[in-house]
Write a protein that binds this ligand. Sequence first.
Ligand code: GTP
Length: 350
Amino acid sequence: MEAVILAGGLGSRLLPLTERHPKHLLPVANLPFLTHQLARLADAGADHVVLATSYHAGAFEPVFGDGSRLGLRLTYVTEPEALGTGGALRNAADRLDARAGEPVVVLNGDQLSDHDLAGQVAGMRAAGAVVSLHLVEVADPRAYGCVPTDTDGRVTAFLEKSAAPVTHQINAGCYVFDRSVVAAVPAGRVVSLERETFPGLLAAGSRVVGFLSGGYWADVGTPAALVQASADLVRGRVRSPALPGPGGSALVDAAATVRPTAHLGGGSAVGPGALVGAGAVVDGSVLMAGAAVAAGARVTGSVLGPGARVGTRTTLDGVAVGDDATIGVDCRLGPGTRVPCGATVPDRGR
Ligand code: GTP
């Protein structure tokens, strides 16, 4: 199996965490996020993966090298100017092997899922379709484009976000493409799979099918979603072939320091060189490399970028703290707060 991972987006919804890093390399359960996708592809039988990069393109190869550690062959492709999801796929396609008759798996590089990838490939073949989209049902589809299907699983429309969606089915960002469809995407210009390629296929009467699954699915595109996905992996609510064991209440890197009276829970992940001080509570949170939580602080549902520091007795709930930012003592920051990279939040009372 060959695959392309689309990993060149700006990740602006994840700012400030994506100011200095592509979202695909942010640690999720203490591993660069793409590690989970690559391990899963290898598990499903992929042997060659093309990474379609653009934003912070040079950051990927030093992390994954030739892919052999993951049992894969990796090829890196860079767009000097981001070409959108379709343009990126077309650009990456030139680096796929010539494997006539074998479809290509395409992943958005920010989805965590445990659906049956081999089953999706087989389903597309059995249906005689040219594209298969992984679909999931979400409780509130208003924030997403919807993808209705008929009783045979054939996609009938691609609908934009709406206040009154006709279905709870949404595009989960994992596709199987017949190679003829990839080759037909225009080269050298910006193309959106979602807004141009898929609607164009339907208009032309091509057979596009949905592969609906009821398992775990998350889009790690926001700080809250990234923190949740990390905690779900740590607790074993979703399995990643890159993580051994059944999961637990926290994952602490061997090179982190956690004082004996600190409390870690809720699937928190503590990265290398991070420090959790005496009596501090870290619950359902991500502490990246070198982040520090001082004594008596409480950090809940939050993410601290590399080198970020949280002062004594400070409380964070649902906060994203950028790289090397410093939050003073006795502060209280609530849901949705984003602290820019390198910023300083003064001690409370000053
Ligand atoms: P936001 O800026 O937060 O919306 O994130 P994003 O830029 O990553 O966009 P989005 O989540 O819609 O992208 C879905 C997937 O496609 C992600 O894995 C992106 O990295 C990837 N992607 C989006 N645009 C491009 C592009 O122009 N080139 C490449 N190579 N990948 C892209």
